[in-house]
Write a protein that binds this ligand. Structure first.
Ligand SMILES: C[S@@+](CC[C@H](N)C(=O)[O-])C[C@H]1O[C@@H](n2cnc3c(N)ncnc32)[C@H](O)[C@@H]1O
Length: 319
């Protein structure tokens, strides 16, 4: 399966539309449907190509968090992962008022779980919780169920963030990581969060924002009476630190690339594309002269990315 130029255009123009508009006006009808279809196709493709255990977020680097994870999961880390993407997942639960110990026996839902590696990691951090992952990509969900599902402890369902297939008041913690910036109607998602959370339950929301998208989100969030926002941390510095570590010579990311049998030029092109996808522009990445020359003649797709301004962790409690 390949993402055709039409699909990429529907996705990127939809993204620009959503993220560069200061109004919180929802995108409805054909445009919203086209955007979701394009998103599902692109992540279906990613789910087919990804290695087992791959996560799809930019990650964060905080030495203290890395230590806390190693204390709970001895041996966690190199050589199979740099752990940066898992640190974001850890943050999503660690900073909740109930704390990690308070999550045993609770229902945790991740919306936008990809192929499930992040939720699988959380289920090892909090083994007593019941965890469900949901994603719009059918291929990602099929793969997660085939490789990671474990009865009631960890299951995966296909669905849409704007129309959650769950009962009212059935979830204690809803985690959402680097996913909501592609939803055509953020208000609809937040109203679904309000509906499925039990009173006293929490939303832990982590995402990257353009200036306009942040303003629109604050406006939308203020209109939803059932959610009280208690935390809004700018974690841009920690995210940039992770992206820069990934780009550095000798990094886990670079070593993984070395193991692929690519000629030096191809390796540069693959590294460039992956750096762009994993927050390179946000962390100040500038392509070298070879990549710049290739992009000028159209050999390397040039995606300058939207001007993302901040990466944030926000928590809301269901009133
Ligand atoms: C950048 S990936 C992040 C995946 C995962 N949270 C992680 O951090 O590795 C965004 C995910 O959101 C999912 N997604 C996008 N739109 C969605 C929607 N409307 N409903 C549910 N999932 C959606 C995509 O399929 C994709 O798996």
């Amino acid at each position: 399966m390949t993402a055709t130029p039409e699909i990429m255009t529907a996705f990127t123009s939809g993204l620009a539309d959503i993220n560069l508009d200061e109004s919180s006006t929802p995108r409805q009808g054909g445009k919203a449907a086209g955007m979701k279809k394009a998103s599902a196709t692109i992540y279906d493709m990613a789910a087919t190509l990804s290695g087992g255990g791959d996560l799809w977020n930019w990650g964060m680097y905080d030495a203290g968090i890395a230590e806390e994870i190693r204390a709970l999961l001895p041996g966690f880390g190199e050589p199979w992962t740099d752990g940066f993407s898992q640190q974001l997942y850890f943050l999503a639960l660690r900073d909740l008022p109930v704390g990690l110990d308070g999550l045993a026996g609770r229902d945790v839902l991740e919306v936008g779980c990809g192929i499930g590696g992040g939720l699988d990691f959380l289920s090892r951090i909090v083994p007593g919780a019941r965890m469900t992952g949901l994603d719009l990509s059918p291929v990602a969900i099929t793969r997660a169920n085939a490789t990671l599902a474990r009865g009631d402890s960890l299951r995966f369902v296909h669905g849409d963030a704007e129309e959650l297939p769950f009962e009212d008041a059935s979830v204690d913690v809803l985690v959402n990581i680097e996913s909501s910036h592609t939803y055509p109607d953020l208000g609809r998602f937040l109203r679904e969060v309000e509906r499925v959370l039990r009173p006293g339950g929490h939303l832990s929301h982590i995402d990257v924002f353009t200036r306009q998208r942040y303003a629109a989100m604050r406006k939308t969030a203020a209109e939803i009476d059932g959610l009280e926002w208690t935390t809004d941390h700018d974690i841009s510095a920690e995210v940039r630190a992770a992206v820069r570590r990934r780009m550095a010579p000798g990094s886990h990311f670079r070593k993984k690339l070395e193991r692929q049998r690519l000629n030096p030029l191809m390796r540069q092109i693959v590294a460039h594309s992956q750096i762009l996808m994993f927050g390179g522009m946000f962390a100040g990445y500038r392509p070298n002269s070879t990549i710049r020359a290739l992009s000028r003649i159209g050999v390397v797709p040039w995606m300058s990315g939207l001007p993302m301004e901040s990466y944030r962790h926000q928590i809301a409690v269901r009133r």
